[in-house]
Design a protein around this ligand. Structure first.
Ligand SMILES: [Zn+2]
Ligand SMILES: [Zn+2]
Length: 113
């Protein structure tokens, strides 16, 4: 993992239900808000410290069973963002590394067919 890798821009579209990241290496990621919320990396959502770095990429490809919206995003240091969800949840620190590892694009996740 390239440690200089960071988002150049982060854009949220609550109406489309997506968050887009333009990375410093030119890569483009598009996440559904549903998948991001369901993959919230906080201890509560992960069900304990042991599974802190686990996530389920298939959640980006399912029909959302719930509409999540992002009210605010705050950058934490220079390694993560904190997402403030409309359901009041805001414990999740999404590190650049985790976000990039979650990228559901066909290049990063070719087996989605
Ligand atoms: Zn959480
Ligand atoms: Zn990707």
């Amino acid at each position: 993992m390239n440690h200089d890798l960071r988002p150049k821009s982060i854009e949220v579209s609550n109406s489309k239900g997506i968050l887009e990241i333009e990375w410093s290496d030119g890569h483009h990621s598009e996440y559904t808000l549903f998948g991001l919320r369901k993959n919230c990396p906080c201890v509560t959502c992960r069900g304990g410290h042991g599974s802190m770095n686990t996530f389920d990429r298939s959640l980006f490809f399912v029909e959302p069973t719930q509409q999540f919206q992002i009210e605010d995003i705050k950058q934490i240091g220079n390694h993560a963002i904190k997402i403030f969800w409309n359901d009041g949840h805001n414990n999740g620190m999404y590190q650049w590394e985790t976000l990039r590892a979650m990228c559901p694009c066909t290049e990063c996740y070719p087996e989605q067919e």
